[in-house]
Design a protein around this ligand. Structure first.
Ligand SMILES: *[C@@H]1O[C@H](CO)[C@@H](O)[C@H](O)[C@H]1NC(C)=O
Length: 188
């Protein structure tokens, strides 16, 4: 009989997003890597999953794919490690990048599930008037923000035994009053 992981203990989750200030900053692009999946084990598999789930959502609305940036990933990891003790849904200081955070009860959450929780906000997002009819759409709009180019994420299990996921985005999205992407004009 095949084993499957029960979603039983995965009922509780929470998410938090922030848009970064519109500062101009320079991020080294020479550290970009990871379009090669899996060659160095589990972290790389998880990174590939973070990237592919973001890019699947982006493809749905016709915006270019993100690339993985190890510097963003390192920043995400360093911040996640700081939250290991309390697992609080709190943003990193500095507002340097766009940032999405996920917290889930228990340790079994995958990267795809965390990103899926963010992307699920698209059910509330109305492109036509650029508004959100649910509690929040800003995780989703950051995921599909057209001018964001690079991604780095980390996933840890906290001391509490729960899951903490943080993704950093550069350039940041969610500029007030701007749309995340432009719909392609309908062919006449
Ligand atoms: C935006 O459009 C949706 C769908 O038509 C509608 O339900 C919602 O009330 C509108 N929101 C605003 C703020 O106009």
């Amino acid at each position: 009989m095949a084993l499957s992981i029960s979603p039983y203990c995965k009922l509780v989750l929470a998410i938090l997003s922030v848009s970064a200030a519109a500062t101009t900053l320079c991020l080294n692009t020479d550290t970009t890597d990871n379009t090669k999946p899996d060659s160095i084990g589990r972290a790389s598999t998880t990174n590939a999953e973070f990237l592919s789930t973001h890019n699947a959502a982006r493809q749905q609305v016709g915006v270019p794919p993100l690339t993985w940036n190890v510097r963003l990933a390192r920043y995400a990891k360093a911040y996640a490690v700081q939250r290991r003790g309390d697992c609080q849904l709190v943003h990193s200081p500095g507002y340097t990048y766009g940032e999405n955070i996920f917290w889930g009860q228990g340790h079994r959450w995958t990267a795809a599930e965390a990103v899926g929780a963010w992307v699920a906000e698209n059910q509330w997002y109305h492109y036509d008037n650029n508004s959100c009819s649910g509690p929040d759409c800003s995780h989703y709009t950051q995921v599909v923000w057209r001018t964001t180019e690079q991604l780095g994420c980390a996933k840890i299990t906290c001391a509490t035994g729960d899951t903490f996921v943080v993704c950093e985005y550069y350039p940041p999205g969610n500029y007030i009053g701007a749309r995340p992407y432009k719909k392609k004009p309908v062919n006449p």
